[in-house]
Design a binder for this molecule. Sequence first.
Ligand code: URA
Length: 268
Amino acid sequence: MAAPLSPDDIAALESLVDWWDGAGVEALPPLPEETATPRPAQRERPVSRDRQAPPTATPAAARAAGFGAAPAQDGRKIAAEAADLTALRAALESFDGCPLKATATQLVFARGNPEARVMVVGEAPGKDEDAQGAPFVGKAGQLLDRMLGAIGLDETSAYITNVVFWRPPGNRKPTDAEIEACRPFVERHIELVKPEVLVMAGGISTQTLLRTSSGIMSTRGRWMEYALPDGTKIPALPMYHPAFLLRRPQEKAKSWADLLSLKARLGG
Ligand code: URA
């Protein structure tokens, strides 16, 4: 006879059922093979993530908030000097090198357990994250939680952050300059957490951390390596961004396969 399910098993199953329920499917339909070069309409479209009109952080707004007045800060030096996560967060709080700070409500640093084996890095905070000061707390975040829950992970067993620490106005896609301004901090963030496994949620996160120009349609589900400054290689898995899955729930089958791959990597 099969062993009885533990409360954790039941919670994971409920989370999984809930997740599929949200996809509006009762069974997995066969999916057509991905094309190597997807049509533009199939691509993840990070621009205007909640479909609001995309206002911009104008140079005037940035100047009004004091940006550009002081000499440029050396983000890499500042980040490198942060000895722990508390110091890194404080360093970001006083860092003026990313113009998004001028238009955001607050810094969005991380949530979850920094001792966890899994670190998830998304793109940038949205409206809800900006209001609450925590990453992935809006609709996409709720889906992310259900996805992680489906393989038995939660805030005690995963640590979640973004490559950009302030909300781009109107949830537009962060610019290269904004990403580069934040890069030293996200890289130091990963170095300090030193997770066993890194999950990159979406194309921007994958392209930034792996310094690749390949799109998420071709990288998702393929295990890569993220190298720390000391040479340590961390297994890194690109996955579809949950916001993309909200728009295209039929793609959830692929993410489910990726989640199972993540679970297997963690040892079942
Ligand atoms: N999307 C992200 O990439 N990060 C968040 O924190 C929220 C939505």
